[in-house]
Ligand binder design. Structure first.
Ligand code: PLP
Length: 341
């Protein structure tokens, strides 16, 4: 099995090198930054976009612009959201979820019993990177209750079905373009919104945390491949979820696969040895807030180059997972013959 850890494409690397060797010396907004912001606007449909130097910079700039309290999912979110809210001394409520998924009717009920109306709900597009949140329905509840929905779309930029990372279903979208992400530049992030006031409230932070032109060039180039990367990654996860005998959220779109495990530490260690990627790993051990608060191991398909997501490699990953975690052989559950590759 030859797996390849995700890297920016050669085209992106060349474009970034070119930008490094040809720095902009004119006045005003750097054209590379402007061009990347325009491309993000096309994807999200929002009219305001700001590039920043990381996903967490985007989160801190947005949280700083809002008063709080904030609602976060009780699992399957991003731990940076918790840390940054704490750093900014914003109160946080953790909404109960169904293994990371927030149900819109439950959100409605939950809001009714809170002592103070929160200013925003922060979600990641995929709970634990493994199960799509009902973004549109959550957005509707948020609008009815005057709450801002902030979607961390680090895992969903370029959604071919336009259900995630869509400005029609989120007041604010933030994303990391670090590594390994769907827009995989190794650095950077962005904020996208129609609420100019949010960006004005954090003007100083946004200036301090702005992205450099080399990162902006990387984003402009890499974002073109985002819909393809996302589609291929989700497709590989769909196949694995269908074929591995027991996974969480098996019917939901996602970019990793999480399997229940009786001994997550031991199983992760064995799987890291079996699925070796020259020192890099695609295995995460649960329980962990960023994935699921369950005894489980995650196979981070999102970390892999789409070129290696072929039938042979996926069959071998399935085989390793099943023999390690479930102690059964592949023969009992052969790969689903009807799935297209
Ligand atoms: C969902 C999510 N949001 C935000 C971040 C933070 O991004 P950055 O490392 O660019 O600050 C990460 C990092 O892994 C993440 O997984």
């Amino acid at each position: 099995m030859k797996l390849i850890f995700k890297k920016p494409t050669i085209e992106t690397q060349k474009a970034m090198s070119h930008a490094a060797l040809n720095p902009f010396t004119g006045r005003g907004i750097n054209p590379e930054i402007k061009s990347a912001e325009e491309k993000i606007k096309e994807l999200t449909g929002h009219d305001q976009v700001k590039l920043v130097n990381s996903g967490n910079s985007a989160i801190i700039s947005v949280m700083n612009a809002l008063k709080g309290p904030f609602i976060l999912p009780d699992q399957g979110g991003w731990s940076g959201l918790k840390k940054i809210a704490e750093f900014l001394k914003r109160e946080v409520y953790f909404i109960p979820t169904e293994k990371g998924i927030i149900y819109p009717d439950l959100l409605e009920e939950y809001l009714k019993q809170l002592p103070v109306l929160p200013s925003a709900l922060f979600i990641t597009s995929f709970a634990g990177y493994t199960a799509e949140q009902p973004a549109k329905e959550l957005f509707e509840v948020c609008c009815e209750n005057n709450i801002i929905l902030v979607e961390d779309a680090s895992g969903s930029v370029g959604d071919p079905e336009k259900r995630l990372c869509n400005g029609d279903h989120a007041h604010i979208i933030i994303a990391s373009t670090g590594s390994p992400k769907i827009v995989n530049v190794g650095n950077g992030g962005f904020i996208s919104t129609n609420e100019k006031k949010i960006l004005d409230n954090s003007r100083f932070l946004l200036k301090t945390l702005r992205a450099d032109p080399i990162t902006a060039t990387g984003i402009s180039t890499e974002i073109k491949k985002a819909p393809f990367n996302l589609f291929e990654t989700m497709h590989a996860c769909k196949i694995l979820k269908k074929n591995i005998q027991n996974t969480f959220h098996e019917d939901k779109r996602g970019i990793n696969v999480i399997v229940p495990s009786s001994d997550p530490k031991a199983h992760s260690r064995i799987l890291r040895e079996k699925i070796n990627l020259e020192g890099r790993s695609i295995i995460t051990t649960c329980p962990i807030y960023d994935r699921l608060m369950e005894k489980a191991v995650c196979i981070e398909i999102k970390n892999l180059d789409t070129d290696c997501l072929n039938k042979e490699n996926l069959s071998e990953i399935k085989e390793h997972v099943e023999t390690t975690v479930f102690n059964t052989s592949n023969n009992e559950y052969p790969m689903h013959p009807k799935l297209k590759w």
